[in-house]
Design a protein. Structure first.
Length: 365
């Protein structure tokens, strides 16, 4: 009996030792894994398109995060202190550069990281102006008032600056003053369309340049990034070819979007005629009666089978038009952001654009 107790005691000690050794081994492995992660370059993207392009290129070699969370409205996003801290620690910070991420300027001014590299999507492709076409609801009075206030503030600052300059420059200042008296004014700054990623041909250029950027920051993995970028670009080229085929074989070249229109680059690439309720960066959600009447008449007259709305939209305008015309309501993904469900399921630029391919085919036939 004593021998049995002794054997049991010995076995218990041995099993305990093995268990503790296993725990120690697990903790050691976790520490090693954490150390491994720390060695990866830190990359911060502001919104989903950049994030998805970067994860396709960088894969497991980068520590990637996105500031604007899935499901959030990008145009009203405000960064938290945690976001600013994350951006400050990034080796590469990627943003769009349009009106919807003006808050990025505040982040970049606060960054104290001399080694940080910054990439702006709108610098990677040829940009076009935001376009307000026939039928669209103009920007709200509130937005106009805000813009007028900005213009007045800027003009006051410019006038003050000019007076100082004139006082210092004497005769030269008088000459400049005459030009002002003649009525010459500084040209208004053009509002550029920021949704550059909506055209696959632009996506290809962006992916290539992001790959080059990662390769310069992390030369040890340059070949890895290039290989991933090449494989992804091949898929984007196939997507582009499929869109061209759908448009070529379609019965019409016109689309109606009962929502904001962030598809200028997409429409230009495939030479599509379009009508929409609001410009791409409009903050309005309530279309005017004139806009709804105009789009409803267009759908009926041109026998448009599908009316689009964009993701994360209340789709009220689209629904109203469809109810009045019998057209089908479909979502056209601008991919400015994605729902929490899509993000968790692993949806990406390619899969969402392939959904667009199907709905566009339906709309053009």
């Amino acid at each position: 009996m004593k021998k049995i107790k002794l054997i049991v005691s010995v076995l218990t000690v041995m099993l305990t030792a093995v268990f503790l050794a296993g725990c120690g081994s697990d903790k050691s492995a976790e520490k090693k894994e954490a150390a491994k992660e720390d060695k990866r370059i830190k990359v911060v993207a502001t919104i989903f398109p950049e994030y998805d392009f970067l994860r396709q290129i960088g894969g497991e070699k980068i520590n990637l995060s996105m500031l604007v969370p899935p499901g959030a409205e990008t145009h009203s996003f405000e960064p938290t202190p945690k976001d600013i801290k994350k951006a400050n620690a990034a080796d590469l910070f990627v943003y769009v550069g349009g009106d919807s991420d003006e808050w990025v300027d505040r982040i970049l001014k606060s960054v104290d990281n001399k080694k940080q590299s910054v990439a702006k999507l709108m610098d990677m492709v040829k940009t076009v102006e935001e376009k307000e076409i026939k039928g669209m609801t103009p920007e709200s009075r509130e937005d106009e008032d805000r813009d007028d206030h900005k213009s007045e503030t800027k003009k006051a600052k410019d006038d003050k600056s000019e007076k100082k300059s004139d006082a210092k420059s004497g005769a030269a200042g008088d000459k400049d003053g005459k030009e002002d008296k003649d009525g010459k004014e500084e040209k208004e700054e053009k509002e550029l369309d920021e949704h550059v990623w909506t055209a696959p041909e632009n996506a290809i250029k962006i992916v290539r340049k992001l790959s080059e950027k990662l390769g310069r920051i992390d030369p040890d993995n340059k070949g890895y990034y290039e290989k991933n970028a090449d494989a992804y670009i091949a898929k984007l080229k196939k997507l582009d070819a499929n869109f061209k085929k759908v448009v070529k074989n379609g019965k019409r070249r016109e689309i109606i979007v009962g929502d904001r229109f962030p598809f200028r680059y997409f429409a230009d690439e495939y030479k599509l005629k379009y009508y929409a309720a609001f410009p791409g960066c409009s903050t309005d959600t309530e279309a005017s009666a004139e806009t709804i009447a105009f789009l409803t008449k267009k759908v009926k007259k041109d026998k448009i089978p599908v009316v689009f709305h964009i993701e994360l939209s209340n789709a009220k305008v689209c629904t109203s038009i469809c109810e009045a015309t019998g057209a089908k309501k479909r979502q056209l993904n601008a991919i400015h952001n994605v729902t929490k469900e899509d993000f968790k399921s692993g949806a990406g630029y390619l899969s969402l654009m392939e959904q667009n391919l199907k709905t566009l085919k339906e709309a053009l036939n």
